[in-house]
Ligand binder design. Structure first.
Ligand code: ATP
Length: 240
């Protein structure tokens, strides 16, 4: 049994679904990437898993239990933490205040900071004054404070320099392994993602068009990139 099992999922914002018949899974200890060109339906799929957009058909199971009809708060209580594309931090709070609100104990904050030691130096700094990389660290740290079974990270690399992106992947890898949680990310840097993730799902036109382990997908990625991922992202990724 996988940690997350999504089958036949249709979801969207109005009466017309923008993702259809999506199937994917994430196991405990796994880092899984959702890849696809702009508008492929990646963000919508993540929002549907967290209960933040309407689901019209299909099933979402967490640890074997259906969460399809549950509101977002109950899914969060069941173990899903979602770091959205805009990171949704409060700009007027400091780093310390953000973590104090999220972490139940000082010990849990300390454990989380082991993954992001750079945040220790920034405790008194307001979120508004953080760099993009620092804000992403804080968003991930805040999500980890809730000890998620499934950590969802949308567009993890958005606005970050390639060097910083490269530094985030080993941390996510450690989080998945050491905390035995599943990590599901949307990532634009295809070739960087392929170096670190365990499995990949490729989306196009609102559905999953290819899926497999990283080893299986590596040999197919040139064909898939040409067909589905957008040449620009693909070639940028190859240069890194
Ligand atoms: P990107 O990489 O550009 O973020 P994506 O693969 O995450 O793309 P989605 O953001 O899921 O794609 O968008 C899928 C489709 O849903 C697109 O056609 C988009 O225009 C549409 N869409 C996204 N957000 C909304 C919304 N709030 N209301 C209506 N339609 C939306």
């Amino acid at each position: 049994m996988s940690l997350l099992e999504v089958s036949g999922l249709s979801a969207g914002y109005t009466a017309v679904p923008v993702v259809r018949d999506v199937g994917l899974r994430v196991d405990r200890g796994e880092l899984v990437a959702l890849l696809g060109a702009n508008g492929a339906g990646k963000t919508t799929t993540l929002l549907a898993i967290s209960g933040l957009v309407g689901t019209y058909a299909g099933e979402i199971r967490l640890d074997g239990r259906s969460i399809t009809g549950l509101p977002p708060t109950r899914r969060a209580r069941a173990g899903i933490q979602h770091v959205p594309e805009d990171r949704s931090l409060f700009p007027s709070l400091t780093v310390d205040e953000t973590l104090r609100l999220a972490c139940r104990t000082r010990d849990s904050a300390e454990t989380v900071l082991e993954y992001f030691p750079a945040l220790r130096e920034l405790g008194g700094r307001k979120v508004a004054a953080l760099s993009g990389g620092e804000a992403q660290m804080l968003a991930l740290a805040r999500a980890l404070c809730r000890d998620p079974a499934l950590l969802i990270v949308d567009e993890m690399s958005l606005g970050l320099a390639p060097l910083i992106v490269n530094a985030f992947f080993p941390v996510l890898r450690r989080i998945a392994t050491e905390r035995e949680c599943g990590v599901l990310i949307v990532e634009q840097h295809v070739h960087v993602a392929l170096r670190w993730v365990d499995r990949v799902h490729v989306m196009a036109g609102g559905t999953v068009v290819a899926a497999g382990t990283t080893t299986e997908m590596r040999s197919r990625i040139d064909d898939l990139a040409g067909a589905y991922l957008g040449d620009q992202e693909h070639s940028q990724g190859r240069q890194r």
